[in-house]
Design a protein around this ligand. Structure first.
Ligand SMILES: Nc1ncnc2c1ncn2[C@@H]1O[C@H](COP(=O)(O)OP(=O)(O)OP(=O)(O)O)[C@@H](O)[C@H]1O
Length: 208
């Protein structure tokens, strides 16, 4: 479902990810590691949000480098924070993501919007939303298309208790047939999601 081999990334002189490799099937996985160890960088590489210096990623068997359109339609990624255009509304974000994934905003996603307390914020511009509200929209957008692979960076950061429970339940619901890989330092959240802990160091080349 998610496979990656030989992934490496440096920022200037600093090598952050070296020789990362792994194969993950359906389930929930919590990527763990110290601050600054490279969890967000690895998730961004797996999502194709940043280009690797070396290595390759396959989403549901499709190469992210060689078959990017079809691979990306099987993938959703919610960074911890995202530079969304300030003039976009909640509606605009959901529509934009659905178009990119060649699908629609279905009832399940609108239920999530309602459960997370976002309905009244749908017409609000991102520039006028709190950080927690922006985060909730990013997470709801990540559920659009019910993609086989879902990558989430610190999904519980800044969420109120209601939204946190919604995201936990949604991750559990996916786990039988789909993959969710998320970076988190939040032990209670990881447990509530029934996630297996994946130490970042175990995915990296020992020579790194
Ligand atoms: N765009 C960038 N340019 C330069 N350095 C970067 C960039 N992105 C990340 N880094 C550096 O790469 C290293 C790993 O950062 P990353 O955010 O991936 O770590 P992390 O494990 O997610 O950390 P945290 O647990 O604090 O969120 C850090 O030293 C960071 O400063």
């Amino acid at each position: 479902m998610l496979r990656f081999e030989g992934l490496s990334k440096s920022f200037g002189w600093r090598r952050v990810i070296h020789g990362a490799a792994g194969t993950l099937g359906p389930g929930a996985y919590a990527l763990q590691g110290a601050n600054g160890s490279g969890k967000s960088t690895l998730l961004a590489l797996l999502a194709g949000a940043i280009a690797p210096d070396a290595g390759e990623v396959w989403i549901d068997g499709l190469s992210l480098a060689r078959d990017p359109v079809r691979a990306r339609q099987r993938l959703a990624y919610a960074p911890d924070q995202s530079p969304i255009y300030p003039f976009m509304t909640g509606y605009d974000l959901l529509d934009f993501v659905a178009t990119a994934r060649a699908c629609c905003v279905d009832d399940s996603v609108m239920d999530m919007v309602e459960e997370a307390g976002l309905t009244s914020h749908l017409p609000t511009r991102f520039s006028a939303m709190s950080l927690g509200t922006q985060k909730k929209f990013l997470l709801c957008a990540a559920w659009i298309g019910n993609t086989p692979v879902l990558l989430l960076d610190e999904p519980s950061n800044g969420l109120d208790l209601t939204a946190r429970a919604v995201v936990e339940r949604r991750i559990v619901e996916r786990s039988a047939t789909r993959l969710t890989l998320f970076a988190s330092h939040d032990g209670a959240f990881i447990n509530a999601c029934g996630a297996s802990v994946v130490p970042l160091g175990e995915l990296l080349s020992p020579a790194g």
